[in-house]
Design a protein around this ligand. Sequence first.
Ligand code: 5GP
Length: 116
Amino acid sequence: MNEQETIFHKIIRKEIQADILYEDELCLAFRDVNPVSPSHILIIPKKTIPSLKEIEAEDKELLGHMLLCCSEIAREQNIADEGYRVVINTGENGCQSVFQLHMHLLGGRKMTWPPG
Ligand code: 5GP
């Protein structure tokens, strides 16, 4: 197995099931299997990028596109008016567990600050 291969690559290739809410040529959005808020959606690039640590200048447009997707999906899911949080866990201290870049879109409840 390619060492950069993750469970999210299998979801991109539809080899394992996920509740997909949005897909285009650049990214995919699906519900987190273990939600920590009433609405918990993951937005991932189709390009292999293990984490925010590995992004390059050429990924600028892709990252902007993913944020636009977050904003649009939040509106569609009716969590935008009350507000939401977008999180990118990165590396060990960031508590990242799947090493394909992903944005967590969290909404449907009041968040706390600082995060744990
Ligand atoms: P991280 O901890 O890396 O920031 O977030 C990884 C997220 O992926 C976790 O919230 C976890 O629940 C979610 N996750 C892990 N495996 C799967 C899976 O097979 N399907 C879905 N839909 N989510 C997953």
